[in-house]
Design a protein around this ligand. Sequence first.
Ligand code: ADP
Ligand code: MG
Length: 354
Amino acid sequence: MSALPPGSVIGMLGGGQLGRLMALEAARLGYDVHTFCPEPRSPAARVSSAETVADYTNDAALKAFAGACDVVSYEFENVPAAAVAAIESVGVPVRPGVAALENSQDRKVEKEFLNSIEVPTVAFESVHSPENIQPAVEKLGGAGILKRRRMGYDGKGQARVEAGDDMAAAWTALGSAPCILEAMAPFKLEISAIVARGLSGEIAAFEPSENGHANGILRASHVPASIRDETRTRAIASATRLAEALDYVGVIALEFFVLDDETLIANEFAPRVHNSGHWTPEACATGQFEQHIRAVAGLPLGDPTRLFDAQMDNLLGDEAETAFGGPGVTHYGKREAKAGRKMGHVTRRLGPAT
Ligand code: ADP
Ligand code: MG
């Protein structure tokens, strides 16, 4: 398994900020990035060397794109598995592979998979009609979070429900789609463990960050997290087990609820670089975007050691305009600042690592 030589082309399915930040690191390492995204001139495409504008179900476009690439990766988890198959059919590897997509696109499959590798999650019930909701709420102790199985992100596609609520209304509000009902996790804080797995199976783990959410959307991450060292070790061990079980190549993120006694309950995982790792380029010897490119290109992984204490704040909606050009600000170059939309982030170093 040899590394891609300089000038090789890394294909990127998706055109958002994660793809943009990976493309910049790919360029620095000496690679070209070719994006594939349904919207023209995406944030990632505008810093890449080539762009395909087509739908993820366009088989001919996927094959032509693959033919122009040496390896293909993705920057969001809702790429259809069939798109990966189309790319692989022309002999181009997709890293990470399809198992990571299949096990993260559906919240029920995801939770069953995590539990099967002894990474515990909250209790949950499967919901396929509005009549299922009330009995499921009662079974889980009178309250829970109803989540669409597919296509939810940033707190979208989920709603809190309590016994006696109008379940038909909750079902309709979530689009009358298959759901799970999750028990509420009584957490004291949330953390995420982000690890990279290289082409030859080596693991490089970032230190878990502590994450604050508002309305289901990440607002801030900071390191060090206020947890015991032993808890950090357990979180990294679970993320490592997940990467190994998926035969994963690239950066993967596993989110946890931390209970009062520091029991870890996994929430969800993302088969990609993660918003809660946006502090890593400024605070670690190697950042998550470079690390992902290194892994998919078959380069040795970089050193993930944390050098600084740091705080990363997301810039949502018009916050990015106010902060624009300030120290530590990364702007995503999105054209339209809708309320609540992730437009950028700012990372502050708080001093040498403690
Ligand atoms: P998304 O895919 O939108 O990120 P998550 O399932 O991660 O959805 O939910 C977003 C946030 O909502 C979580 O980070 C957490 O703060 C809160 N949340 C989600 N599920 C639960 C739960 N079962 N118990 C308590 N809080 C939850
Ligand atoms: Mg989440």
